[in-house]
Ligand binder design. Structure first.
Ligand SMILES: Cc1cc2nc3c(=O)[nH]c(=O)nc-3n(C[C@H](O)[C@H](O)[C@H](O)COP(=O)(O)O)c2cc1C
Length: 191
């Protein structure tokens, strides 16, 4: 069996209850295909993001997109920490920022809402057959150099693309990704 199929089988969450397959099948790979993300798919992904719920509907998020092969991509990837350099091979890097302030003043829920917007991005992308990998491991201070508005606070980077070929990937990345991602069991208590 090809390594990709083995990885997909390994990563699929074994749940006892019938959760939506979109949650069972998502995982964050480190090996991406060179295949470019389609322009129309990007539009769909960010159309979905627009409909994310947010506190007082303040929509405190802004995304910078960079396509591999452009100066913007090189700039974004130069902010990555060493352990995330695999993301340089992804066809798209996205810098997700929260808006610290708006017309109503400081927004205490901005980071929370940005997280929800990124989750929308992740699952809409997955629904279109893409994979994503979120990263906090980059130089957030340096990323501030590229934002168009000083109110955009860089918070997370996302690598986006199709799953790459693990049969051709470096042994190091194969080792890092070939493990089951454990989950805790208790997430609620009835009170
Ligand atoms: C806010 C955030 C920051 C993350 N930062 C990194 C990172 O810098 N490098 C990395 O390899 N993975 C990073 N991850 C991915 C997580 O490690 C991953 O989602 C978690 O281990 C669960 O694995 P899964 O997404 O494959 O289910 C990050 C995820 C989130 C949500």
């Amino acid at each position: 069996m090809k390594k990709n199929q083995q990885l997909i089988n390994l990563k699929e969450s074994k749940t006892t209850l019938p959760i939506n397959p979109i949650f069972k099948k998502r995982f964050s790979p480190r090996v991406f295909s060179k295949e470019m993300v389609k322009e129309e798919d990007l539009k769909i992904i960010f159309e979905a993001v627009r409909f994310t719920p947010s506190s007082y509907n303040r929509q405190p998020w802004f995304f910078y997109l960079a396509k591999k092969g452009t100066k913007s991509f090189d700039k974004l990837s130069s902010f990555l920490m060493e352990g995330n350099l695999w993301a340089k091979e992804a066809p798209f890097l996205i810098l997700a920022c929260y808006l610290e302030k708006d017309n109503y003043g400081k927004n205490a829920y901005a980071q929370y809402d940005l997280g929800q917007a990124v989750a929308t991005l992740v699952y809409q992308a997955q629904d279109l057959g893409y994979f994503t990998h979120q990263m906090a491991g980059f130089d957030r201070e340096r990323a501030k150099e590229i934002v168009l508005d000083k109110n955009h606070i860089p918070w997370v980077m996302v690598a986006l693309g199709r799953l790459g070929d693990y049969d051709k990937a470096s042994e190091d990345l194969v080792q890092k990704d070939f493990h089951k991602t454990e989950r805790k069991m208790d997430v609620f208590a009835n009170i």
